[in-house]
Design a protein around this ligand. Structure first.
Ligand SMILES: [Zn+2]
Length: 688
């Protein structure tokens, strides 16, 4: 008969941790040996091991110190983390229905285990002893950061509360964990509920061939005759941009802007409940509101600082946005005599104005962006900036034939890590693009190890006649994700939980966003942008058009982002007692950013999934915050030359290699010699 030990002996995760090795080239994840049935036993075995490790920490007769408590905790759950880490990577990138279904078991197991650890009073007592001695322990900056992070992990999850309040917190967390998914479910339902079926060819006026084709395909799929338009981005956006029928655009826009506002899918009550519960949770833990507690682990630190930041941007952006809209009004009047531009007209006239001003389309750029050339181009950037070389490896196990693996070495031929790429869409992959790690740099399986980093995208596929030719946006995305990858690859720390991209939320987009700047420069594009058939370099006038178009309607675009950021902060600093109605609250909070008269029956909050169903609550400002950092950082490169070795070395030494081992503002100041200049972003956007 087979017993658990025998079963576990065959589990690849259990075997690997018994040997401190995967027994593969580079100790890479053996994707070819993992099976659907391996994950849950591995997570369970991992939790058992972690429990035993934690019991050792608690029962240690020696007084608690940094090594026997904080470092021991950091290493306690390695097997569980490895199993869930591999699982969730594949959940996003390559998951069959069966594989997806496992999440319903794995997520609650993980959540229950983390509550068990966070609310363990004896364990916290030892952590607290070490924390209270921090000043006299003579720790270096990295160890201090780990100690603080560990301590906060406990206190922010209720370790300091009495048992009655612990119970309250557990209840609040329980209620909140249900509301987020309900919110997204409503948004999804409301989005799918609306359909606009057109049966008269005249109604398609202005639409590009590709949009007409997919609308016909969507109709056919639902056994309907004609052209079907929906609120899904690939259907909605082209219609708003190209349809000459203002009445139909209005219909679509009104449907989009009233999602989950009223009726069965209304999110109004959910929002009120969430704001109340989040405020109660924050206050239970000793903070004024949800924003205040969230920002304790952000570079911005306090709600006041975020508001000051947003309002300073708004002072410049608001008048620029008013000008952008005035320009659109003049243009619309000239184009077709339209007297009043409504919210559903903006995308349409904006697209027409862009075409007239810059005289190029995205389609003209594609031939210069063959995927293979762009990949070699981004590698060449890493070589010029950081001396890195990428060599394709054929002996590394992969989870899909589309995936490639590269060995990365530095200028001295020293091993930096493994880099995987996974570029094309498929049914088993989530939409969007992201960077991820199969193994973060740092202490793992008994020694400090180099990282295994991956980028996953959904780029234009090759066809029978043409290779993959990217849009300019896709090129920017590749450079963006590669910037995150460099953050992972060049990490050089000890504790794995502080390595690479494990930094504050409003700092993590600096390494990625900064890389996008190089493809906005002629010198950067000239490295790789060559015609895929003739090999001719991208013409200088086309590069100039790309650069000019970068600041088109920048005020209007920035104002939209600021509206979301300000609304998010308003919700998460408000006193829930004072809120009577979701719409009334939203109108008041966004009064300063409004460019058009309010259209009754519409709103933003009830479909604002980032903050009510994603991780961005009190964090939407991070996008703009990191844009300031990357614009300011890139000005330094531009000043000295975009491939300047000295600036690159400083960026690597102070930002890319340091992960979260020091406060991000300290790291930034070491790189730049001063705090970031808030005007750098406005200068780049052409708003100053
Ligand atoms: Zn990013």
């Amino acid at each position: 008969m087979e017993n658990t030990t025998q079963k576990n002996d065959k589990n690849p995760f259990v075997k690997a941790f018994a040997n401190n090795s995967w027994n593969t080239p580079d100790n890479a994840i053996p994707f070819d040996q993992l099976h659907l049935n391996d994950y849950i036993p591995a997570v369970q075995a991992g939790i058992e091991t972690a429990r035993a490790n934690i019991a050792k920490v608690k029962n240690n007769p020696a007084a608690a110190d940094f090594k026997n408590t904080i470092v021991a905790l950091e290493e306690a759950a390695e097997m569980m983390e490895a199993a869930t880490g591999v699982y969730f990577n594949l959940f996003s990138a390559e998951a069959s229905t069966e594989m997806q279904a496992l999440a319903k078991e794995i997520s609650p197991i993980g959540a229950a285990f983390s509550s068990e650890v966070n609310l363990d009073a004896d364990l916290f007592a030892r952590v607290n002893v070490v924390y209270s001695q921090m000043a006299k322990l003579g720790l270096n900056s990295e160890d201090k950061m780990l100690l603080e992070k560990t301590y906060r992990g406990f206190t922010r999850n209720g370790a300091l509360l009495n048992s009655q309040d612990k119970e309250k917190l557990r209840q609040i967390d329980q209620e909140l964990s249900v509301l987020g998914p309900q919110f997204s479910e409503h948004v999804l339902k409301a989005t799918n509920l609306f359909e606009m079926l057109l049966t008269d060819k005249k109604d398609l006026a202005g639409l590009p061939e590709s949009a007409v084709e997919s609308a016909a395909a969507d109709a056919k799929q639902k056994n309907k005759t004609g052209w079907l338009f929906t609120l899904q981005a690939p259907s909605f956006i082209p219609f708003m941009q190209y349809s000459t029928r203002s009445d139909l655009r209005e219909k679509l826009w009104r449907a989009y802007s009233s999602r989950a506002l009223e009726g069965d899918t209304s999110n109004k009550k959910i929002i009120m409940d969430m704001i109340r519960l989040r405020t109660e949770r924050a206050q239970l833990l000793g903070y004024k509101n949800h924003a205040a507690i969230t920002l304790t682990e952000r570079m911005a630190e306090t709600p006041e600082r975020v508001f000051t930041f947003l309002n300073q941007l708004l002072d410049v952006v608001q008048p620029a946005a008013v000008k952008d809209v005035a320009e659109l009004r003049d243009f619309a009047q000239k184009l077709d005599g339209t007297k009043e531009v409504k919210p559903w007209d903006v995308a349409y006239y904006s697209e027409k104005l862009r075409e007239e001003k810059f005289k190029f389309s995205d389609e003209e750029l594609r031939p210069y962006f063959q995927l293979e050339n762009v990949v070699q181009g981004v590698f060449a950037h890493a070589q010029k900036l950081y001396g890195l070389q990428f060599k394709k490896r054929t002996d590394i196990p992969l989870y899909h034939p589309d995936v490639n693996a590269y060995e990365v070495v530095d200028a001295k031929n020293q091993y930096i890590g493994l880099f995987y790429t996974d570029f094309f869409p498929r049914e088993t992959k989530k939409s969007g693009a992201w960077m991820t790690e199969f193994r973060g740099q740092g202490q793992f399986m008994g020694e400090v190890r180099r990282p295994h980093v991956s980028i996953v995208c959904n780029f234009t596929k090759p066809t029978l006649s043409k290779p993959s030719l990217l849009t300019y946006d896709e090129v920017k995305t590749l450079f963006h994700e590669f910037g995150h990858a460099l953050h992972g690859l060049l990490s050089n720390v000890h504790h794995r939980s502080l390595s690479g991209p494990n930094v504050y939320w409003d700092f993590v987009e600096l390494p990625s966003q900064v890389m996008e700047n190089w493809v906005g420069e002629k010198e950067g594009l000239d490295v790789f942008a060559k015609h895929f058939e003739t090999g001719a370099p991208i013409p200088a006038d086309l590069v100039q058009k790309i650069r000019d178009a970068n600041t088109f309607q920048a005020g209007y675009g920035a104002l939209r982002q600021l509206t979301f950021a300000i609304l998010d902060m308003a919700w998460h600093t408000a006193d829930p007692q004072g809120i009577q109605d979701v719409t009334a609250f939203e109108l008041q909070a966004t009064a300063r950013t409004r460019l058009f008269e309010y259209v009754p029956g519409t709103g933003v909050s009830t479909s604002f999934s980032h903050i009510f169903a994603g991780g961005y609550s009190a964090g939407y400002y991070s996008y703009k915050w990191a844009e300031v950092l990357d614009a300011d950082a890139f000005e330094y490169f531009k000043e000295k030359g975009i491939f300047n070795a000295e600036v690159a070395a400083k960026f690597r030494e102070n930002i890319l290699s340091k992960g979260g081992t020091e406060h991000p503002m300290e790291l930034y100041k070491k790189f730049r010699g001063r705090e970031p200049d808030p005007n750098a972003l406005l200068r780049r956007d052409g708003l100053l």
